[in-house]
Write a protein that binds this ligand. Structure first.
Ligand code: PEP
Length: 247
């Protein structure tokens, strides 16, 4: 039985005061939820959120660099994230891939470093609209999954969460439908089974992400292969995010 995981990706939103106010309230409202709840906040808010001593909500970051330390201006290491109380880190988000030109090889180095330090990566994979129209969806997500998880060990794979996020559904109001997302996620699980065996693949949580809202979460969570959601816009508002968590 895989514990569902609902994670909010705040992207470049909220100053420290706003972050603290929302997460304090969220932590109370979802305290008795059976779902694992994660907020991936901007780096600047993580220390303050960690200092709240949260009961339920776990913290994640939205990116990191793979080196331990050194002359990497503007970057943040895995151990720095661990030090401020992060348990998760989003890696390979489509905005990192598209805007910052991150490729599978770099994302893989980050995944390996996160795991080495004890952070749980949320590895994002997903196709563009052009790739979908060309019938390449499964090929793309399987390739991104396989390359992103290269050299991850059987002992480590259970710590990884994969997020299937069709790029055309992110922030657009367009969503995949539950059955379609379930089928793509099943192909990701098959790829995991080839790499790690069926038993371990059956333990890895795979989320859906892309314009998830309180009104459509159930359609996704009713699918057997979907183990949660990565939520952008609707995670910025406590009412909507609680509505999603309490689907
Ligand atoms: C995301 O950026 O990970 C995402 C799913 O965004 P949204 O929910 O706004 O589509």
């Amino acid at each position: 039985m895989r514990t569902p995981i609902i994670a909010g990706n705040w992207k470049m939103h909220k100053n420290v005061g706003e972050a603290v106010e929302m997460v304090r309230e969220l932590d109370e409202l979802v305290a008795d939820s059976a779902v694992e709840v994660v907020i991936c906040a901007p780096f600047t808010s993580l220390s303050a959120l960690s200092a709240l001593g949260l009961k339920k909500v776990k913290l994640g970051a939205q990116n990191m660099y793979y080196a331990d330390q050194g002359a990497f201006t503007g970057e943040i290491s895995a151990s720095m994230l661990e030090d401020v109380g992060c348990e998760y880190v989003i890696l390979g988000h489509s905005e990192r891939r598209e805007i910052f030109k991150e490729e599978d090889e770099l994302i893989n180095k980050k995944v390996l470093k996160a795991l080495e330090v004890g952070l749980k990566p949320i590895l994002c994979v997903g196709e563009t609209l052009e790739q979908r129209k060309a019938g390449e969806t499964e090929e793309i997500v399987v390739s991104q999954t396989t390359l992103g998880l290269k050299d991850v060990s059987a002992e480590q794979i259970e710590q990884v969460v994969v997020a299937y996020e069709p790029i055309w559904a992110i922030g657009t109001g367009e969503t995949s439908n539950g059955e379609d997302a379930n089928q793509v996620i099943a192909s990701i699980r098959e790829a995991l089974a080839k790499l790690f065996g069926a038993e371990l693949a059956g333990k890895v949580r795979i989320q859906y992400g892309g314009s998830v809202k309180p009104g459509n979460i159930k359609e996704f969570m009713d699918q057997p292969e979907i183990d949660g959601a990565l939520v952008g816009g609707a995670s910025l508002n406590v009412k909507d995010f609680v509505g999603i968590i309490k689907y």
